[in-house]
Design a binder for this molecule. Structure first.
Ligand SMILES: C[S@@+](CC[C@H](N)C(=O)[O-])C[C@H]1O[C@@H](n2cnc3c(N)ncnc32)[C@H](O)[C@@H]1O
Length: 349
């Protein structure tokens, strides 16, 4: 029978959340128009989904999320409920930041990250304003605004798309002692997924790695009262993590922001740190052809938001990249706008 009450609570909470972020999404669009920011509905020869299709797929995502709670794969989610006042204050700040972001988008200027502290210490491909965020990934304010901005853009779908990654983890964990399992979240950002994992596995050894000090600070804060994760500031293509020392690696929404050759380097690093029989859970954007009727959406996305490597990502051979690094493909699923893939390292590696 499972936890039907938990399922109902999850579905109700996530539906309310959807309504909230839909309202924010519409308000941001209106404010952007008022600021004279062209939203550039760039025409594409490729097909785009209708709004009805999008909402119906998002409803499927939320239903699957609630069913995972019913089946005990993870507890009901808190998301912004962890710190509702903080969320409201950040929502206000997102609107306050909008004129600067619109101005940069109009000017095609994605260079504010280069003025931040530490900009000299990171690779050039990284020191730019992805999504035209003020300060790119390097600024403290950017780290505070990231989650509300992303959820506003994806109408609340980012958190449930991340949680889809907890399913292969639950299968892997069946019969295992969580105290002996180490999970590393590569490019953990503000720690939203790490907190989800901690709620599901209170005793697991958790590590998060990211190149942004500000985002790691935010991740530390977001773990709140829970047992902390070890947070490491380092590039994913040269991780200060010993060989074969990690049981589960997760990588969420990273690869579309990496230049092609760096994707290969990061895949090799992931394969290096995983133990034999280890699990990689990869989540990122859909790729061209995954949902053929949505290809036009993928084509226009990098034109509206500064995503310099997205176009190549959308046609890259992800399975080929991880297989070449020595991993074995186990499954692929397409939760809404995302692609989730699970790989294992060979047991005899
Ligand atoms: C789109 S965000 C995704 C963050 C998080 N995984 C999530 O689900 O929200 C991309 C993250 O990748 C990090 N990042 C990008 N390139 C990196 C690299 N080469 N090494 C480590 N982190 C990197 C950024 O700092 C940022 O936190």
């Amino acid at each position: 029978m499972g936890d039907t009450l938990g399922m109902a609570a999850q579905l109700a909470g996530q539906s309310l959340r959807f309504g909230w972020f839909l309202a924010l999404n519409r308000l941001v669009d209106r404010r952007t128009d008022a600021l004279g920011g062209k939203r550039e509905h760039v025409r594409s020869d490729k097909p785009v989904p209708t709004l009805r299709e999008l909402f119906s797929e998002q409803a499927q995502l939320l239903l699957a999320d609630a069913m995972a709670v019913r089946d005990g794969l993870y507890p009901p989610s808190e998301d912004e409920g962890v710190a509702p006042l903080r969320h409201l204050s950040r929502t206000r700040r997102m609107f306050r930041d909008l004129p600067r972001a619109v101005e940069r988008r109009q000017a095609g200027d994605a260079s504010s990250a280069r003025t931040e502290a530490h900009a000299e210490a990171v690779p050039d491909y990284y020191a730019q304003d992805f999504h035209f965020q003020t300060g790119g990934y390097l600024g403290a304010e950017s780290a505070k605004l990231y989650d509300v901005q992303v959820e506003t853009l994806f109408v609340g779908a980012a958190a449930p798309m991340r949680r889809a990654g907890l399913r292969p983890i639950a299968r892997y964990m069946a019969g295992r002692d969580q105290r002996k399992v180490t999970l590393l979240d590569v490019a953990c950002g503000t720690g939203r997924f790490l907190r989800q994992v901690r709620l599901a596995y209170p005793a697991m050894r958790l590590k998060g790695l990211d190149l942004s000090r500000s985002y790691l600070d935010e991740a530390r804060k977001h773990m709140g009262e829970l047992r902390p994760a070890q947070l490491i500031m380092a590039p994913a293509e040269a991780m200060p993590v010993p060989d074969a020392s990690v049981d589960i690696v997760t990588s969420i929404f990273l690869f579309h922001e990496l230049p092609p050759q760096v994707r290969h380097a990061v895949a090799a690093e992931i394969a290096r740190v995983l133990r034999p029989g280890g699990l990689l859970v990869f989540i990122d954007s859909l790729q061209m052809g995954d949902r053929p009727g949505w290809d036009g959406l993928l084509e226009s996305f990098p034109r509206r938001f500064h995503e310099p490597y997205y176009r190549h990502y959308s046609i890259d051979d992800l399975e080929g990249i991880f297989t070449a690094a020595g991993l074995q493909h186990e499954e692929t699923a397409l939760p809404f706008l995302s692609k989730m893939m699970a790989f294992r390292t060979p047991v005899s590696a």
